[in-house]
Write a protein that binds this ligand. Structure first.
Ligand code: NOJ
Length: 565
């Protein structure tokens, strides 16, 4: 017996709700397109690819940070929130890019990094030059050290990127002084969100970009802003496990009071027409995600459940049902994501051998494989891509917004092998032997099959591209109807035509390894997680991630079928 279609109001027609069903494409600006041949992608490079984005069929782009930065953490160490890194362009370039994107109907989401500034930010420089207890220091988390001469850190807390979470400063008079707290790299001092000045400054930043045409914001580590620095921690192992806590009382993560900040932001967003949107990056317990996505808060939160799951029908079904029910109860819309700039690309994760993180590749996070040398020969790239396309086609059929990461539309694999001297990610340097870092998914895109940087720019690329990138080049794939790029283009186009309402009804399926649901208009979605072919419902096959023969869908594939009558 099939369950009835779960209905929610049709909001797609209203511009204020554009984000509810949007396909959002994440651009990592330094690695997208380089217009001036300095090896770094830039804003003009993005503007030059607006037609590409339009042809791809995305509704919005989210830009990872493009602000002035020493790149201690890929730009998540921001020197100045209301400016553009001169290597990436100017504010005028931003305006031009936003206008060009808007002209073709693509919205612009910018990344806001409120947990920490960079150590080069004017505020932090002022704090270093100011005495203990000064107003300038109170914007950050400065403490006296322990030990006879304050030579020991205030506590034993560790940074997410490895090593201590405290760094000692030299006082203006040259003596060893206080310590400041940094949840991430030491170049990323944490702000003190108990300080009203910090609130005011971020409101100013949000207004600045909203006035300049930003349609929304992605909020970096949204769950970390409020902290109880005096709390006792039961065990250091639990210090970074926000996902295990449900009571809002962890000293560093997901504290209940963080939502007062987002209520304040929401009031500002709603002053605009249409209201500005926001999506929280909050790696919290799944039961607490809805708080970030509330209409009185940010409105949406990333849901990383599918990203973390195995390629497994039951896991997918449970995650999808739970998240849709939650969204319906809270009035938010779900988000779905498989890849971003922090994780191994899903076409690679799904092709990893057993024992590379989790069972049977699938949801394996790939960290072990990277640590062991990231040998591409160990990856079943064909299978990885087959599963990735199946998973993506399933995701694009779900109600809610789909977040795509640059390069996944090319079926791009992770670059596992990067020489140590070429690596940039602080997790590699701070956590040697434990992590290799995230550079492998940040290698600049191949636009052409030849050239010094495969068409990324005219003069090399800041992270080396392997020779096999030629096979994934945009120009090659654009000319091939059977390519991954053509598949994404068709899927995104059809998604627009088909996605009329936020409703989904599960259908019984004959096989445990098969998921089957129907969307309004008789749009059936069948995803085969097993390896044996399955019979599809009778109707018009709109799109399939692998060739359908004799009405049968092969293993590890998804099909969209329109059933009429
Ligand atoms: C999350 C971002 O996605 C990641 O790239 C960054 O390193 C941390 N936040 C710190 O800002």
């Amino acid at each position: 017996m099939s369950t009835p279609v779960e209905s929610a109001p049709d909001t797609t027609a209203q511009d204020a709700h554009w984000w509810r069903q949007a396909a959002v494409y994440q651009i990592y600006p330094r690695s997208f397109s380089d217009s001036n041949g300095d090896g770094l992608g830039d804003l003009k490079g993005i503007t030059s690819k607006v037609q590409y984005l339009k042809d791809l069929g995305v509704d919005a782009v989210w830009l990872s940070p493009f602000y002035p930065s020493a790149l201690a953490d890929g730009g998540y160490d921001v020197d100045d929130y209301r400016n553009v890194d001169p290597r990436l362009g100017t504010l005028e370039d931003f305006d031009e890019m936003a206008a060009a994107l808007h002209a073709v109907g693509i919205k612009v989401i910018v990344d806001i990094v409120p947990n920490h500034t960079s150590n080069r930010h004017a505020w932090f420089q002022e704090a270093l030059a100011s005495p203990k207890g000064s107003a300038a220091r109170r914007r950050y988390i400065f403490r006296d050290g322990l030990g006879e001469n304050g030579e020991l850190p205030p506590n034993e807390w560790t940074s997410i990127f490895g090593g201590p979470a405290w760094e000692r400063v030299t006082e203006p008079d040259g003596t060893p002084g206080q310590w400041y707290f940094h949840l991430f790299a030491k170049e990323q001092p944490d702000l003190d969100w108990d300080n009203p000045e910090v609130h005011e400054d971020f409101l100013r930043t949000l207004r600045f970009w909203s006035d300049r045409g930003a349609d929304g914001f992605r909020v970096d580590v949204a769950h970390a802003l409020k902290k109880d620095m005096d709390a006792e921690v039961e065990s250091l192992e639990l210090l970074h496990r926000a996902d295990l806590f449900r009571n809002g009382e962890h000293p560093l993560w997901d504290r209940d009071e963080v939502h007062t900040i987002y209520a304040e932001w929401r009031r500002l967003f709603n002053e605009y027409n249409p209201p500005r949107t926001a999506v929280a990056e909050a790696w919290v317990h799944a039961d607490r995600r809805a708080r970030y996505a509330s209409p009185e808060g940010l409105g949406q939160a990333f849901n990383f459940d599918l990203l973390k799951a195995d390629f497994d029908a039951e896991q997918f079904r449970t995650i999808i049902s739970k998240n849709l029910a939650e969204a319906a109860a809270t009035g938010a819309s779900s988000t779905w994501v498989f890849s971003n700039h922090d994780v191994v690309r899903h076409a690679t994760r799904y092709g990893l051998p057993k024992g590379s993180g989790r069972e049977e590749g699938a949801g394996a996070d790939g960290k072990d494989w990277l640590l062991e040398g990231g040998d591409p020969a160990q990856v079943d790239a064909e299978r990885g891509l087959r599963r990735a396309k199946a998973a993506t086609l399933l995701m694009l059929a779900l109600p809610g917004s789909a977040y795509l990461y640059q390069g996944e539309e090319l079926g791009l694999q992770e670059v596992g092998q990067i020489a140590d001297e070429d690596r940039q990610d602080p997790t590699f340097f701070r956590n040697k032997g434990v992590e290799v870092g995230r550079d492998g998914c940040r290698v600049p895109l191949p636009w052409e099959p030849q050239g010094s940087s495969f068409g990324f720019g005219s003069n090399g690329s800041h992270l080396p591209q392997p020779a096999w990138f030629a096979d994934y080049a945009v120009s090659v794939q654009a000319a091939d109807a059977g390519s991954t790029l053509s598949f994404y283009r068709r899927a995104l186009k059809l998604r627009h035509e088909l996605q009329a309402a936020e409703a989904l009804g599960w259908q019984d399926s004959v096989d445990d390894e098969v998921l089957h649901f129907v969307r309004p208009g008789g749009w059936h979605v069948v995803a085969n997680f097993g390896t044996a072919p399955v019979v599809l419902p009778e109707g018009e096959v709109l799109l399939a991630s692998a060739e359908v023969e004799g009405g049968k869908l092969p293993g590890e594939a998804t099909a969209w079928v329109r059933v009429t009558g």
